[in-house]
Design a protein around this ligand. Structure first.
Ligand code: SAM
Ligand code: SF4
Length: 345
């Protein structure tokens, strides 16, 4: 392999993934299923057509893919979906991946979940080495919860939240900010989270997937939310960077952390450290671009991982500098046709 590059670590069998803009790829998000037990209005249509089960990667294949990325320097894995906890035997995958935590080659395995199944799985997740979970919660009002998620039950999610707390998992709440739907609940939600010792991250809606509705109605700019909060609270910017689109502040009055995810701005692309894998083995190099690489074919073509690594190298070499989101103010067409449940956010 010649002289090791500056990005080559002696403990790695293969070189660190670095894209053409010098960004090290250290974070992989994996959508383990496109299915979900909710139908959130901004995410899915009510009558979604899901992928045939035969198209999905098996848990063993997902493990092999994740492990290939860990061998290339990925330090964080986030399991998402669809709803990751509705994938059958998901815990087998988590337990298996935790060998990389034990080996010190992986820093963390985390999960983004709607919380509906957490009361069943919180203890097992903790036992398998998971230390943090993100729970999506857009409202604390049961009726509004039903109208946003269509099929969800707030009581079950609250049970899940408590189970996560009792299991000792570090919880972050994700809330999508929706004009005329939950804008008035942002401050109470912040208080609720901070009183319980949890971070709250607000998310701007993104134009992903056809969802039967007009997104321009729902869009609420977080700059506006921030301005409103600043009338009452002191927001102190924090240097914390995740390599993603979140920016954090400390709220002086509550002592808690508040994050803003504004994916439509470009201010995070230059430090982007992540790629996204779908449950069929398609790798998206950017949340806001259509270009993708099929990793399932090289995975299945050979038991050795050489073809897979060659395809990963070709894909990372095409990682774009930034994204192309536009909310089309004239029509309802999304800028990208794939749903968030495919790439997992
Ligand atoms: N089902 C899990 C959940 O809801 O947490 C994981 C998958 S979900 C696609 C991941 C995150 O994406 C959730 O926090 C959800 O609120 C967010 N999300 C889904 N569609 C979105 C959209 N169009 N714009 C912004 N965020 C979205
Ligand atoms: Fe399901 Fe999460 Fe999408 Fe809601 S946001 S429909 S919980 S995948």
């Amino acid at each position: 392999m010649g002289t090791p590059s500056p990005h080559f670590s002696a403990t790695q069998a293969r070189p660190q993934l670095v894209d053409p803009f010098g960004r090290e790829i250290t974070y992989l998000r994996i959508s383990v299923t496109d299915r979900c037990d909710f139908r959130c209005v901004y995410c899915m249509a009510e009558n979604m057509t899901f992928l045939p089960k035969r198209d999905l990667l098996t848990l063993e294949e997902l493990d092999r893919l994740c492990s290939a990325f860990v061998a290339r320097g990925v330090r964080k894995l986030r399991l998402t979906g669809g709803e990751p906890l509705v994938r059958r035997n998901l815990m087998d995958l988590v337990r298996s991946l935790s060998r990389h935590l034990d080996a010190g080659t992986l820093e963390e395995i985390t999960l983004t979940t709607n919380g509906s199944q957490l009361s069943r799985f919180a203890d097992e997740l903790r036992a398998a080495g998971v230390r943090r979970v993100n729970i999506s919660l857009d409202t604390l009002d049961p009726d509004r919860f039903k109208s946003i998620t269509r099929w969800g039950d707030l009581g079950k999610v609250m049970d899940g939240l408590r189970a996560a707390e009792e299991a000792g998992l570090n919880v972050k709440i994700n809330m999508v900010a929706l004009r005329d739907v939950n804008a008035e609940e942002i401050e109470p939600m912040m208080r609720f989270c901070h009183e319980r010792g949890h971070d709250l991250t607000l998310i701007e809606t993104m134009p992903l997937g056809d969802i039967e509705g007009d997104r321009t109605d729902q869009f609420l700019a977080l700059s506006e939310v921030r301005r409103r909060l600043e009338e009452t609270y002191t927001l102190e910017p924090l240097p914390d960077r995740t390599g993603g689109p979140a920016r954090y502040v400390r709220v002086r009055e509550t002592g808690g952390r508040l994050g803003f995810i504004t994916p439509l701005t470009h201010n995070f692309c230059e430090s982007c450290n992540r790629v996204r894998l779908t449950c069929t083995g398609t790798l998206y190099m950017c949340l806001g671009q259509e270009d993708a690489a099929d990793l399932r074919a090289p995975l299945r073509a050979s038991e050795a991982d050489d073809l897979l690594h060659e395809e990963i190298d070709r894909a990372i070499a095409r990682k774009p500098k930034g994204h192309d989101f536009i909310i089309d103010r004239r029509g309802q067409a999304p800028a990208l046709t794939r749903h968030m449940s495919v790439t997992g956010g």
